[in-house]
Design a protein around this ligand. Structure first.
Ligand SMILES: [Zn+2]
Length: 518
């Protein structure tokens, strides 16, 4: 069932041509309003029927081994509804945990190993482009996205900006690297008829793994310009000194702007503007990529900005967008037109409902934890019919630093093997913690037992070296983590009681600790 996807220049050209037509239509045509399909049961059943027609697809095998026929599904949907049916399916083994999705462990049910590749979950029809994986977790996947997938990513954006009252504000993208994910964001906003006004990156394009996209992007942007659609190209705004971005905002957007970025980058921009004594206009920060904590939110709001969380993944696309009547810092509405979501054994499992979702998910664990509830909040997104709220979203599978994602097993290996090897001592002498300081910035703290005699610099260098090796074809991102000094050392006995494991990630105040750990 998984179609073999090839990406020769011809494929990219076909994709570019189709995209250009859609961009022009989005620029000059009437924007379709975002309609939610209210019959989610029907949508789900259709997806399942497509699976049953491909009996060797791993998900179809899971359904069969779990004893689920179309008739049984239909009866369960009618009787118990979608979410309870998904829970019943998970109970019968019809779900994929994050390690199975990434092929870190075999897919075994009823004692039988089911052949599975990450590409089995790809779902594209027309010309597509590969987005690649965001981080370093598991085998690299191409994540192809076709035009209908891009349009799905565009579909909610106008409604979201309108609900925020920000449809007429300039729009700025600010991300670590000019990556394929950034290009996807650029295109999705343009397809929504709201092409970004500027695009800033922490890294110069020459250091980005997306260099191979550079020519394609320029050709597309040039063709779009001729057709009257302006697509901005990435410009440098270093994370420590985002002077170009600050200058752009002060000059081009004195009445305010929407900035989509990570929470850490927003805080750094604010801090830089204060150091330069050049006040930022009031901004609407659309933030994702790392947990939006109460502290981060409050720090930005206290400076007059608005904070709007959203949650997505390269693999899945956008999953949830912020509530405008939030009960907690990251209160978000599940995009329930495209996904159903249940909590299962503490994980969030996603199921795709629309054929245009570029992943064929059935109770698929994306490696995140969160709180899911069905609640009416009365905000404009609730009125559109988005009834499910997601909050307290955090990852168990990865470490998020400065917008870069590292898998948990790397963190384990670092504390268990690599640090003792290069700095002395035993695994029990080291522990890694993800901490949020009073300034709202997230740091990676390495706890080192006090009796280990090793300079802090050596510990930090070891961590940087491992992150660099793990970052594959995006070494510049690991270098930026190094520059930004988010890895710190603390001379303190590791405490394994709470987390049990080495990756005991705590969120506490850094207090007055010397950031270099002395
Ligand atoms: Zn709401």
């Amino acid at each position: 069932m998984a179609r073999k996807v090839v990406y020769p220049p011809l494929q990219r050209a076909r994709f570019g041509g189709t995209l250009l037509v859609r961009l022009i239509r989005a620029r000059y045509g009437e924007q379709p309003s975002w309609r939610l399909d209210t019959d989610r049961n029907h949508a789900f059943l259709e997806r399942m029927q497509a699976l049953y027609r491909a009996p060797y697809h791993p998900l179809a095998v899971l359904l069969r081994l779990g004893g689920w026929t179309v008739e049984k599904l239909r009866a369960s949907l009618a009787e118990e509804g979608l979410e309870r049916t998904l829970g019943n399916l998970a109970r019968d083994g019809v779900w994929l945990d994050a390690d199975e999705v990434k092929c870190r462990k075999p897919l075994v049910r009823n004692g039988r190993e089911i052949p599975f590749l990450p590409t089995d979950l790809d779902n594209v029809c027309g010309p597509s482009v590969p987005l690649g994986t965001s981080g370093t977790s598991g085998p690299r996947t191409k994540n192809p996205l076709d035009i209908s997938g891009f349009e799905l990513q565009a579909s909610y954006k106008r409604a979201m900006l309108a609900a925020l009252g920000a449809l007429d504000l300039p729009l700025v993208l600010y991300y670590p690297a000019p990556s394929a994910a950034g290009i996807a964001q650029l295109i999705a906003f343009a397809l929504a008829g709201k092409a970004p006004d500027a695009w800033f990156c922490h890294l110069p394009e020459a250091q980005s793994s997306a260099m191979r996209w550079s020519v394609w992007l320029r050709v597309l942007a040039a063709a779009a310009t001729v057709a009257g659609v302006r697509l901005p190209l990435p410009r440098l705004a270093e994370v420590e000194q985002p002077e170009t971005l600050l200058d752009w905002l002060c000059r081009q957007a004195p009445q305010g702007a929407v900035v989509t970025t990570f929470a850490g980058s927003a805080l750094r921009l604010q801090a830089y503007a204060e150091r330069r004594r050049r006040p930022l206009p009031n901004l609407v920060f659309i933030l994702g990529g790392e947990p939006i904590t109460a502290r981060k939110r409050a720090l930005l709001e206290s400076r007059g900005h608005r904070v709007y969380p959203w949650y997505g993944a390269v693999d899945a696309g956008r999953i949830a967008i912020g509530c405008l009547n939030p009960q907690v810092a990251d209160d978000m509405h599940l995009l329930s037109d495209r996904f159903a979501c249940i909590e299962w054994q503490g994980r969030l499992l996603l199921t795709s409902l629309l054929p245009s979702v570029h992943k064929r998910y059935l109770n698929t664990d994306c490696g995140d934890l969160g709180t899911l509830e069905r609640r009416r909040c009365g905000c404009p997104l609730d009125e559109l019919g988005l009834e499910f709220h997601l909050s307290d979203v955090r990852s168990v599978q990865k470490l998020c630093l400065e917008g870069v994602t590292f898998p948990a097993d790397l963190v384990h290996r670092l504390a268990d093997e690599l640090l003792p090897e290069s700095c002395g001592g035993a695994p029990s002498d080291y522990q890694l913690l993800e901490e949020e300081g009073d300034d709202g910035w997230t740091r990676l703290v390495v706890r080192v037992a006090p009796e280990i005699v090793v300079p802090a610099d050596k510990v930090i260098e070891t961590v940087h070296q491992v992150l660099l090796e793990a970052s594959g074809d995006a070494p510049a991102l690991a270098l930026r983590i190094k520059q930004s000094g988010v890895v710190t050392v603390r001379r303190q006995r590791p405490c394994f009681s709470r987390g049990g494991k080495l990756l005991a990630r705590e969120r506490v105040s850094l207090g007055t600790d010397d950031p270099r750990g002395g």
